[in-house]
Structure formats: structure tokens, C-alpha cells
Design a protein around this ligand. Structure first.
Ligand SMILES: [Mg+2]
Length: 369
């Protein structure tokens, strides 16, 4: 008989960023980085999760109190109901999985069925840099052992970004994989620019095939299932997407249309863990790749890496890393220590229960908002 859920609390933190981070997908410089941590306890056990701020959750704690933490199908159904009304609630599901790990004494990657605790990662860059500078950082990433790196396209004229990709290919040689994120799937609230159309995306995909690019991510709007499928059929480069689609049914639309080679729903941002695993199995059964988006705080990255270790057959998983602008220290400020890959390009997940980290609440206190 496992203890029942007896407390759920939300805690908000903010790390100042000086100098600011110029995310390529955001027209506004980022001067701080916020994180919300959910704590859920059952008797002597505590689980933590993070991701969205879960605005609108307050007042609904009673739906989970007194319940068995392991009744995850029931909890996910209610969290999906809540997300329909108020926005994403997956940080609580992550905390419940961490709690199940604490109670059962098993790491999450193992609880989810995985036989390995190692995940090969690619370096996901965040800023647009001039070609020579980006080529130099790419060479550093290759020499650190990353098997692949991801670049961001955001010039008004994509030929400028293709020139940067060409400089990177020349710098790293033929063996390192290059991934391109066009970031056309969604926009920040203050960005009214239109996404690419099919002709632009096709033209870019042709140019990138000449550079032996491994995948082209979000080349069209996230709901443009039909044109994504048309692009996938004619493109020599793999088409990736789905990082932020909120409804599980939307991800099934990609499968039904054959829109994607690589499925990227983030377990914190898009599917939750239970449905992320369900989708991973479905896409892999359809001979596609599951390589989730992980861009977020340290617990978001950890949750996605646990699911990937358990299930993914993809050659590499996203590891946000673009120093000095986006360092592991900034990314993982809510963790006691930043996650780092080993020289062979793998991250090793802990054998400790759940997500495998114990947060330092005293160290976090000054950043609480
Ligand atoms: Mg992306």
C-alpha cells in the first residue's frame, strides 16, 4: 500500500541574465530566465517537476490529494482536462513520476522500461552568430565530442542562414551531423511575422541537402500537416517537428498524414510523460524517429532525457548548449549541479530514484519570486 498524495505546492524562481540571451526565435532579448517547480509529497516521499508556470492550477489541488500517486492514467486524464481549461499542467505529471520513483526506489529511465541510462546528445545552439564565429564554435563542439549540432535560421532572407550553415559544414568536415531549426512552427506572443510557405521550405531543403544536413525542423506552421507531408515526400533532408503541439490528437495528425521523419514533442511542454511514451512507441512503429525537444530548465531536460533513455531509437537527443550565451549553469540553475555530457557525447543518467536529483532549496531561496 503506497502512501497517498498529501500536498502539492508551486514555487516560482527567476535567474537574472546579464548579459541577456538573444534567442534566435525571440525578437526580444531575454534578461531573465524563469522556472516553476512543483513539489508533490506522499508521506515521507517527495517528487519534483518543472516546466510551465501552471497558472490556473491553484484551487485544484484537491483533485489529487488523498489519491494513489501510481494512478497515473487517472491523473493524466485530469491534467488533460485542466490543460484544456487553463494551459499546460505537465510539470505536475513529471513530479508524480519522480514521486513514483522515490516510493519504488527506481530511477525514472528504468521505471519507464529502459535498459540503458545513457543518452547520446546533440548540441542545440540558441543564438544566431556571424558565419566565422559560428564556424569556430561548431569546431569546438565537434572537438568536445558532440556527434551533431543544431543551428537556428532566422534571417529574413534564408540565403544568409544557408551561408552560415555552409561555413559550419566547411569548418566541421563531413562527419559531424548538422541539424537546422527553421522555427516556423510557432511564434512568440509579440511576433506577427508569417511562417514560410511550401516553396520557400522546399527551396531551403534542397540547399540543405547539398550540405548533407540531417534534419530540417519546423519548416512550416505546426498545423500545416498536408504541406509538411508534401515537403517530406520530396525532400532529401529529414523533416522534424511537433515540439509544442498541445493536443495529442494533433500529433496523430502528423502520423496520419505522414508529415514527419522526426517527432519532437517535449514531455514537459507538449505531451506529458505517459503520452510521450505512447507517442514514441507509435512513431517508432511507423519507422519514424522520436527525439524530443528539451529546451527549458534542468528538470525539463532531465525528464526528456529519462524518457529518451527508456524508449528512443533516435541517434541523438537535444542538449541545449551554446556557451557563453546559453551555458549549462544558466540552463540548470534550479539543479544543484549542471548536467554535462561525457567526452564520447553521452549523458549518463543517475541510478538514484526518480529523476535522480535532490534540489537545494536553500540555494534557490534568493531567486524565489
Ligand atoms: Mg525547435
Amino acid at each position: 500500500m503506497s502512501p497517498t498524495i498529501d500536498r502539492i505546492t508551486l514555487h516560482h524562481y527567476r535567474l537574472p541574465l546579464d548579459p541577456p540571451f538573444h534567442a534566435s526565435w525571440d525578437p526580444q532579448p531575454r534578461r531573465s530566465f524563469g522556472a516553476t517547480i512543483v513539489r508533490v509529497t506522499a508521506g515521507d516521499y517527495e517528487g519534483v517537476g518543472a516546466g510551465d508556470a501552471m497558472l490556473g492550477f491553484a484551487g485544484h489541488e484537491h483533485l489529487f490529494l488523498g489519491q494513489d500517486p501510481f494512478a497515473i492514467e487517472r491523473h493524466v486524464t485530469l491534467l488533460d482536462n485542466l490543460q484544456f481549461h487553463y494551459g499546460r499542467m505537465w510539470p505536475l505529471e513529471i513530479a508524480l513520476w519522480d514521486l513514483m520513483g522515490q516510493i519504488s526506489g527506481q530511477p525514472l529511465w528504468k521505471l519507464l522500461g529502459g535498459s540503458s541510462n545513457r543518452v547520446r546528445v546533440y548540441a542545440s545552439t540558441g543564438e544566431r552568430l556571424p558565419a566565422a564565429q559560428r564556424a569556430a564554435t561548431a569546431r569546438t563542439l565537434r572537438d568536445m565530442g558532440f556527434p551533431a549540432l543544431k543551428l537556428r535560421f532566422h534571417a529574413a532572407d534564408p540565403r544568409q542562414d544557408i551561408a552560415i550553415a555552409a561555413a559550419v559544414r566547411a569548418a566541421v568536415g563531413p562527419d559531424m551531423h548538422i541539424l537546422i531549426d527553421a522555427n516556423q512552427g510557432w511564434r512568440m506572443p509579440w511576433d506577427a511575422s508569417a511562417p514560410w510557405d511550401l516553396k520557400t521550405a522546399s527551396w531551403v531543403a534542397d540547399a540543405l541537402a547539398e550540405l548533407d544536413v540531417f534534419w530540417l525542423e519546423e519548416p512550416l506552421h505546426r498545423h500545416d500537416y498536408v504541406n509538411l507531408a508534401a515537403l517530406r515526400r520530396r525532400s532529401r533532408v529529414r523533416i522534424a517537428g511537433g515540439e509544442g503541439n498541445r493536443d495529442f490528437a494533433e500529433l496523430h495528425q502528423y502520423l496520419a498524414h505522414g508529415s514527419l521523419d522526426v517527432y519532437q514533442p517535449d514531455v514537459a511542454w507538449s505531451t506529458g510523460i505517459l503520452r510521450g511514451c505512447q507517442l514514441a512507441r507509435a512513431v517508432q512503429a511507423a519507422s519514424a524517429l522520436y527525439s524530443p525537444h528539451t529546451w527549458g530548465d534542468g528538470l525539463v531536460l532531465l525528464a526528456n532525457l529519462h524518457v529518451s533513455a527508456a524508449l528512443s531509437q533516435a541517434p541523438f537527443i537535444e542538449f541545449p548548449f551554446d556557451p557563453p550565451a546559453w551555458t549549462p549553469q544558466r540552463r540548470d540553475f534550479i539543479l544543484p549541479q549542471p548536467l554535462l555530457p561525457e567526452p564520447d557525447g553521452f549523458v549518463t543518467l543517475p541510478h538514484a530514484p526518480g529523476l535522480g536529483v535532490t534540489l537545494d532549496w536553500q540555494a534557490l531561496a534568493p531567486l524565489q519570486t
